[in-house]
Ligand binder design. Structure first.
Ligand code: NAP
Length: 350
């Protein structure tokens, strides 16, 4: 098969390699029809997570010589099931699915990928393959962050949520997930030209480029029970000031220093310095009855099933900024590396 491969963390190149085989019960072989490109793909193709994911790979394989490289990036796809392994009862060859692949496994920027059946869900029948693939990774990341924040379908109605980066892949999906759960008040920072998009999704947009004006607007819209940060900006850090006091309010950031610290300093020092940064941010909140946490993409079958249902009901719509061909992957990586999206860049496989 054709696959985009990072040989040693210095970018990607197109290679001909063997089609992967099912090795464990519960796995499926998927023929990829479309995949999204995410900042993590660009980062991993350049070595991000080399230390942590490399160590994880060795432990998972019980083999000290195992390595993360060569690696295939790509964390989600829309696909057709080619074959199913033992113990897979919910899928059959020919089914059209959405899938997510954990960071430790080979990814979806290849013609075939192995996925866990439990992390696949039905492709919404109203969406094309390229539209559908704009959903899984960003939705699962938003879902993971809300899980840490203890926001869910049952309690979202009563939460007031501030999202930093509302026009990006994760931010725009976080708004839609909250809306689907019945959340009434969502405020999102974005640039001025993203106002129509953010408003259409159901959030109140705030222009982050004028910091003082943004602060005043946020003060007038406060308090918030939940802050979700997808950008790690000064305004995002300041926004602890518009959270409720002594009401268990939470600030969750998906921009964690963990992997970069570990890549730079090794696992023990990297863990220690991340914990120190976490402590510095948490301690201020702690004295005001609030809390802070980093959050990470965690594959979830529950999220995938909700996503398919909400998308089929039209409650969640894909926001696709650019569709590229499989052969144009390098161009797609350059685009995504700019972190200035209005939704997703997706790859259509021929
Ligand atoms: N922890 C995890 O597991 C995890 C998972 C997924 C993503 N991430 C990280 O989360 C970040 C966002 O990912 P993404 O996929 O949403 O990226 P994306 O689609 O490129 O979106 C980034 C968005 O941030 C906006 N932005 C930039 N500066 C801003 C600011 N100061 N205030 C408000 N918005 C600002 C950009 O809009 P403008 O063009 O209008 O500025 C853009 O819409 C990335 O750093 C990614 O690595 C982490």
């Amino acid at each position: 098969m054709k696959a985009w491969v990072s040989e040693n963390g210095h970018g990607i190149e197109l290679r001909e390699i063997d089609v992967p085989t099912i090795k464990k019960p519960g796995q499926v072989l998927l023929k990829v029809k479309a995949a999204s490109i995410n900042p993590i793909d660009v980062d991993m193709s350049q070595g991000y997570g080399r230390e942590f994911l490399g160590a994880w790979r060795k432990v998972a394989d019980f083999d000290p010589s195992s390595s993360r490289f060569p690696l295939i990036p790509g964390r989600d796809c829309s696909a057709v099931v080619e074959a199913v392994g033992a113990d897979v009862h919910n899928l059959a060859a020919g089914d059209e699915v959405l899938a997510i692949v954990p960071v430790i496994n080979q990814g979806t920027h290849a013609e075939y990928v192995i996925a866990d059946a439990k992390f696949c869900s039905k492709k919404p029948s109203n969406l094309s393959f390229e539209d559908a693939t704009a959903l899984p990774y960003v939705a699962t990341t938003a879902y993971s962050a809300f899980k840490i924040a203890q926001v869910n379908q049952k309690n979202a109605k009563n939460q007031r949520v501030l999202i930093h980066g509302g026009a990006g892949g994760v931010g725009s999906m976080a708004i839609q997930l909250l809306k689907s759960w019945g959340c009434q008040k969502i405020v999102a920072t974005c640039s001025k030209d993203s106002f129509p998009l953010v408003t259409k999704l159901g959030a109140i947009p705030i222009d982050y480029s004028d910091m003082e004006a943004a602060k005043n607007q946020l003060i007038s819209l406060a308090p918030f029970e939940v802050v979700l940060d997808t950008v790690d900006s000064e305004l995002a850090k300041w926004s602890d000031n518009v959270m409720g006091v002594w009401r268990n309010c939470v600030h969750v950031s998906i921009v964690s220093p963990l992997m970069r610290e570990i890549d730079k300093n090794g696992i023990p020092i990297g863990l220690f310095s991340t914990a120190t940064k976490h402590f510095e941010r948490s301690i201020q909140s702690h004295f005001r009855g609030r809390w802070f946490s980093y959050a990470f993409f965690m594959p979830s079958g529950t999220c995938m099933r909700q996503l398919s249902t909400f998308a089929e009901q039209g409650k969640i719509v894909p926001i696709v900024e650019k569709v590229i061909k499989f052969d144009e992957m390098v161009h797609g990586y350059e685009k995504v590396s700019q972190l200035s999206g209005r939704g997703k860049t997706v790859v259509k496989f021929e």
